[in-house]
Design a binder for this molecule. Structure first.
Ligand SMILES: Cc1ncc(C[n+]2csc(CCOP(=O)(O)OP(=O)(O)O)c2C)c(N)n1
Length: 279
């Protein structure tokens, strides 16, 4: 049998990590008994690609000043961020069992005091502005670290994002990348029913961003776009990642009902069984 190509081996490893991000997200949410399921699962492949292929980090030295910065602006997806940080070695995976516990640094939203977390987020609409500050900071200090911000599509309905979108172009921040987790569902319904975003790519291009659309569950497409960053010289990059809210759990896919829900023993077992079948 021919040996797998190097690319396929890399992609297989990343897919395994992504599956583990889903498993570990469920682990954390089950420990809490409740939480934001849908937006954690839609972001799992993107987070695996970022943390295991793109971001230059030193998990044993979280404050390393030349590290790349990642801001989860859609902070309610913290179960997946906690999962990927644990897998990357910022802390023990067993700490996922403290998710939402009293005084735990792993809460419903990212806490800057937690190893590997760059910014406390959760009040939506701020991450891109924070990322602009980080990217500008890199330029002013003559440093080559990159900044990546992940934004939710429901979050994008907030006006502050569009002010930030203008500012990033005005400042020519080619060291800044925004990723939209475009799962088409927000807290209380489908995006197009609440307040549609289309034509999304055209809007960002009109603002002056370099834009590329991918299937946010296709690891090959994720790796290719990350390898291509920055997409154009002198412009910030935007990746529109088409995803499915609740991806990997049939009962939670493409519905706002699983934006935030109770995670009972029964739900947890069902979710793990489905993931097992996908591995
Ligand atoms: C400023 C602000 N308004 C409202 C909320 C409540 N809230 C939490 S999640 C959410 C929906 C976000 O939807 P989306 O960005 O699509 O998230 P995803 O589907 O990726 O989970 C809302 C309105 C908040 N956290 N912050």
């Amino acid at each position: 049998m021919p040996e797998k190509s190097n690319r396929e081996a890399v992609l297989d490893k990343l897919r395994e990590e992504a599956l583990k991000v889903r498993r570990n997200s469920w682990r954390a949410l089950h420990a809490a008994g409740i939480g934001h399921v849908g937006g954690a699962l839609s972001a799992a492949d993107l987070l695996a690609g970022l943390y295991f292929h793109f971001l230059r980090l030193r998990p044993g030295e979280p404050e390393w000043e030349d590290r790349d910065r990642f801001v989860l602006s859609k902070g309610h997806g913290n179960a997946a961020l906690a999962a990927v940080l644990a897998q990357a070695g910022f802390f023990e995976e067993s700490r996922l069992d403290e998710f939402y516990a009293y005084e735990s640094l792993l809460g419903m939203h990212p806490d800057i005091k937690c190893e590997g977390v760059e910014m406390s987020t959760g009040g939506l609409g701020h991450g891109l502005s924070i990322g602009i500050g980080m990217a500008l900071g890199a330029r002013l200090q003559n440093k080559d670290f990159r900044t990546v911000v992940m934004i939710g599509d429901g979050e994008l309905q907030e006006g502050s994002n569009w002010e930030a979108a203008m500012a990033a172009v005005h400042l020519s921040l080619s060291n800044l990348t925004a990723i939209i987790d475009y799962n088409k569902v927000q807290q209380s319904g489908h995006i197009h029913e609440m307040m549609g975003l289309e034509p999304l790519a055209e809007k960002w291009r009109a603002f002056g961003w370099a834009v590329h659309e991918i299937d946010g569950h296709d690891m090959g497409e994720i790796v290719d776009v990350l390898d291509a960053l920055p997409l154009e010289a002198d412009k910030p990059s935007l990746v529109i990642a088409h995803t499915i809210k609740g991806k990997g759990a049939s009962f939670a896919e493409d519905t706002y009902l699983w934006h935030n829900n109770a995670v009972t023993d029964e739900v947890y077992e069902k979710a793990l069984a489905e993931l097992e079948a996908q591995s």
